[in-house]
Design a protein around this ligand. Structure first.
Ligand SMILES: *[C@@H]1O[C@H](CO)[C@@H](O)[C@H](O)[C@H]1NC(C)=O
Ligand SMILES: *[C@@H]1O[C@H](CO)[C@@H](O)[C@H](O)[C@H]1NC(C)=O
Length: 618
């Protein structure tokens, strides 16, 4: 099949060659496509031979060949490939009898070298690992265990405290908790570090981790997608291998030093960052938490050549005061997503013309775009050949009704070139969609059926995009139930459910509003009070602080008499989003979250001005 494809492509290549030579991107497109096909051929080989060389297999191989090469540099300490390999062997040995191949274990850790050792340790036992978001609060965290079926949890020493209130519930469910603290003070929590020292670091049999099918799950990564509580996206070896090819496709080599300040529990840092480092045999400088003020000094100190970013992060860097030696670094490439045009230009002006390579693709999605040309503002680039490999479409979307437009026959309508539409990606054997663990219903919700013919199925990305006449694809907006704030996806339904717990609230509608000068959207909730009840800003404040991660807390509240619905009985968000949070435009009472007063306080015009001028931090 692939040989046929390659032959076909070669044929089309030469036919189009003469005409396309004058086309400015031809060679770069061709080079990129050849890489894509080479990588695809490798995956095809795994499929044919039923023997998958996984990311961990490649890591073990690297550790054997170059044991002394630095793999991860964290907090000033260099961990070589050999060292992480040996430590992950130890982790595996501790749990050798406690878990079996195919089990799922959960990991709740912030960025550190041991995150990788524990992850690989369990992978070497053939377990799937579920990465938990360290921001997630009590109720959601318990839910995470239910969806991935983990019976064992490993907790980092710095996040152990956040677990205190749900520990009894975990133990009731017979979930064994291990922590990375030498002596745990919490009852029933086992301590891992001593155990690790007591066992051998001899490699385990590779049979334990051997995989015969690319579609075997290897990780669960939680995404706060479009509905409700966090969802466990099933990450199979197929996706993890594809993501690991990211740096390589953009021209990374083993001499690169990659800087990753993003959390490892997201797919960007773990799959693209760590997986990609292994694929190259390069070195990763891991940062616990992104720091705008230390970013460039870290890059200089470690001779960093590739940085991983998200759009918000670049904006924070641009907001830093100008210093003298800003262009003095060796960064030659950035890999990430969500970089907006204005920030992109400013970033280039300030820090030099570093090619910023956008990768578009959600954790669970079955489509990926790469902007290998580096054109400012584009998330990806398509062409004739790409469209043969990836079946994606842009269809007309009705913002007011919050659903795709259908024609008389009930089918979706393609948008014209340059017009914004909803991005859908066909689900087929070439690009399967693995869905979410433990929830058929949630999986089904991301699938759009009967799109162009009866019975077809497409993955609904929820992203609005436009493709211009040069085949560059630009991100425009997200639809419906999610928005991004501080680099995280906020699921409006989770926030809605939480606010609904308050006794004085009858109905809630959560959405994101644009704040001038800020990336993403800030959370806002339109609220209808129960009859005879009054708004209690302090009570609501306490609830959102306790139940919601910081990025998901609604910053603005709007009291309404009644809730407006769309014609299909969904809550009307579009007009609320449009009207924003300016008290001089909105006649309803408005409130703003105030951390100093520990209360939602009335949003007056004065307060509004302090937000716009940046005096009041959101
Ligand atoms: C937990 O384990 C105990 C003892 O093995 C058992 O009786 C109980 O049913 C288990 N609970 C759950 C929720 O599995
Ligand atoms: C960075 O490169 C310089 C010049 O090649 C070298 O002297 C220095 O030791 C390097 N630093 C690190 C941390 O590798």
């Amino acid at each position: 099949m692939l040989l046929y494809l390659a032959a076909l492509l070669a044929g089309i290549f030469s036919a189009h060659l003469a005409q396309r030579l004058c086309f400015p991107y031809f060679w770069r497109d061709a080079r990129y496509l050849m890489k894509l096909i080479r990588y695809g051929a490798r995956l095809e080989l795994y499929k044919q031979t039923a023997k998958v060389v996984t990311v961990v297999d490649r890591f073990v191989e690297r550790a054997r060949r170059t044991p002394h090469k630095p793999f991860v540099i964290y907090d000033g300490v260099t961990h070589t490939y050999g060292e992480i390999d040996a430590r992950s062997n130890r982790v595996a040995r501790v749990f050798e009898r406690a878990v079996r191949k195919g089990d799922t274990v959960a990991l709740l850790m912030s960025n550190e070298a041991d995150f990788i050792s524990v992850w690989f340790g369990f992978s070497k036992l053939g377990c799937a690992v579920a990465f938990l978001n360290t921001n997630i609060r009590s109720r959601s965290l318990l839910h995470c265990f239910n969806c991935c079926g983990a019976r064992l949890l490993v907790v980092g020493k710095d996040v152990l405290d956040t677990l205190e209130d749900i520990l009894p519930s975990l133990q009731e469910d017979n979930i064994t908790v291990w922590c990375m603290k030498p002596q745990s003070s919490l009852p029933g929590v086992h301590s891992l570090p001593e155990k690790i020292q007591q066992v051998s670091d001899e490699p385990l049999s590779s049979d334990l981790r051997s995989v015969s099918c690319l579609k075997t799950p290897t990780l669960y990564i939680f995404t706060s997608g479009t509905t409700g509580l966090p969802k466990a996206a099933v990450i199979t070896h197929l996706q993890s291998l594809k993501a690991a090819g990211g740096f390589w496709a953009y021209g990374g080599t083993e001499d690169d030093i990659i800087y990753t300040p993003l959390p490892l529990y997201h797919s960007a840092a773990s799959l693209v960052g760590i997986g990609g480092t292994i694929e190259l045999g390069a070195t990763c400088v891991l940062k616990k938490k992104f720091s705008a003020s230390q970013f460039w000094s870290d890059c200089r100190k470690h001779n960093v050549t590739i940085i991983q970013y998200i759009g918000e992060l670049c904006r924070y860097l641009c907001n830093q005061p100008v210093v003298e030696n800003e262009k003095d670094h060796r960064v030659r490439m950035g890999v990430g997503n969500g970089l907006r045009q204005d920030v992109w230009r400013e970033f280039h002006r300030r820090f030099g013309e570093i090619p910023m390579c956008e990768i578009y693709g959600s954790t669970e999605g079955n489509l990926c775009f790469m902007n290998h040309i580096g054109k400012i503002g584009a998330v990806g680039r398509s062409n004739f050949f790409y469209k043969m490999l990836f079946k994606y479409v842009l269809v007309k979307y009705d913002m007011i009704r919050d659903e795709p437009v259908r024609d008389q026959k009930g089918f979706c309508i393609h948008v014209a070139t340059g017009e914004t539409g909803l991005l859908l990606s066909k689900i087929c054997s070439q690009s399967p969609f693995f869905g979410y663990a433990g929830s058929k219903q949630l999986t089904e919700k991301k699938i759009l059926r009967d799109v162009f013919v009866k019975g077809d199925a497409y993955f609904n990305t929820g992203d609005l995009m436009a493709e211009d006449e040069d085949n560059f694809i630009c991100f425009k907006d997200r639809v419906g139930d999610t928005f991004r704030w501080k680099g995280e996806n906020v699921a409006t339904t989770e926030v809605t459910e939480t606010l609904g717990q308050v006794d004085f609230i009858q109905e809630v509608n959560v959405y994101g509003v644009h704040v001038p000068g800020q990336e993403g959207r800030a959370g806002m909730a339109a609220v209808v009070l129960r009859p005879e009840c009054t708004f209690d800003g302090r009570k609501l404040f306490d609830l959102v602080m306790r139940e919601l991660p910081s990025y998901a807390r609604p910053l603005f509240i709007r009291l309404q008499e009644s809730m407006e619905m769309t014609s299909t009985f969904k809550q009307q968000k579009f007009s609320l989003v449009q009207s924003g949070f300016n008290p001089s435009d909105v006649s309803d009472p408005l409130y703003v979250l105030d951390s100093t007063e520990r209360c939602f306080i009335p949003l007056s015009s004065c307060v509004y001005d302090t937000i716009l001028t940046g005096v009041r931090k959101l």
